[in-house]
Design a protein around this ligand. Structure first.
Ligand code: PPE
Length: 305
């Protein structure tokens, strides 16, 4: 899906026209993947455009940068304001927000320290991540032959650009095999996550999701679903999940800022439950979209632009 281009991108404190938001080919990030980023959605609500769980995303961005010893030359408030300003300046009602922190141009060689830490914020309209019908019909997925990275190789809770080389292996294999998405197991064979989504299973009316120890990103949508489910009286257990539970569970769905709550209809060509969006998935989706689209937000998760 090609970009729906917006007008301006924020780079290191200034707005530049979309087409001029460029970096040098010898920037450290281009060669060694030296970046951390976030993916956030802003929704159109009856009270105006609102960003979903912005402080949590900013906190994770700063934590990712901390892990990689990158000092962000802006405060969390400055970045929050820049994101809001970017949405206003581009006159967008709803959009995806992509803040990126990266090592720029100075020198090459693995040592990143001489290269400046730079920040950009792009916003653009991004439709449904796994296809227009995915939220209702669900998607067909496969277990990847690739594993998620081992702990002590790439830290999975840092949202680093380089992690997405692993995600790309998972995604490409899935697409070439005619699936919409792939699910990676961790190095011990436990269920980990999708190339860009966390996973939830429904078994006998209860929710299960892999723990942080299964090499997953600590998803903010995952946290949202945990909180909504508990409030709805649905028990949630974080536990190591054997692969075969993905075949035998009653319902299965992805969560992510881009993917929102997307049902999974089959895994490795084995139909999950009824093969359609299940009742608990649908209830959670309804609750989620009532917050982000209708602005019914008792949690204070929306920040108006
Ligand atoms: N795991 C991975 C590997 C991941 O990339 C994401 C988000 C999640 C879990 C869910 O996290 P959260 O968004 O906080 O609920 N993936 C982002 C990037 C997707 C992309 O293609 O780029 C996203 O959803 O914005």
């Amino acid at each position: 899906m090609a970009f729906k281009e917006a007008d301006y991108i924020w780079m290191n404190g200034e707005f530049v026209p979309w087409k001029d938001a460029k970096i040098h080919v010898l920037s450290h990030v281009v060669h060694y993947g030296t970046s951390v980023f976030e993916g956030i959605r802003a929704y159109k609500t009856p009270k105006g455009t609102a960003i979903f769980r912005l402080p949590e995303h900013i906190k994770r961005l700063f934590n990712s940068a901390k892990i990689y010893r990158m000092e962000i030359p802006f405060t969390p408030d400055e970045l929050a304001n820049a994101m809001k300003e970017a949405i206003r300046k581009n006159e967008l009602e709803s959009c995806y927000i992509r803040p990126l922190v990266y090592r720029g141009y100075n020198s090459l060689g693995v040592n990143p320290f001489p290269c400046p830490v730079e920040v950009s914020i792009a916003v653009w309209e991004w439709g449904k991540y796994l296809g227009p019908e995915a939220l209702e019909k669900g998607v067909d997925v496969k277990i990847s032959t690739w594993n998620r990275m081992a702990p002590n190789t790439f830290p999975a809770t840092a949202k680093a650009g380089a992690n997405y080389m692993n995600s790309q292996l998972v995604k490409m294999e899935a697409i070439l095999d005619n699936y919409v998405e792939g699910i990676a197991l961790d190095i011990n064979g436990w269920v980990s996550e999708g190339s860009g989504e966390n996973l939830f299973l429904v078994i006998d009316g209860k929710l299960y999701t892999p723990p942080l120890g299964a090499s997953i990103l600590a998803g903010i949508t995952r946290d949202t679903v945990v909180k909504l489910a508990e409030e709805m009286g649905i028990e949630v257990t974080k536990m190591m999940i054997p692969r075969e539970f993905l075949y035998t569970c009653d319902e299965l769905f992805f969560t992510g800022s881009a993917a929102e709550i997307t049902p999974i209809s089959s895994v490795d060509k084995i139909t999950v439950g009824s093969g359609k969006r299940g009742p608990i998935t649908e209830r959670l989706q309804k609750k989620f979209f009532d917050i982000v689209e209708n602005g019914n937000d008792p949690y204070g998760w929306l920040q108006y632009v």
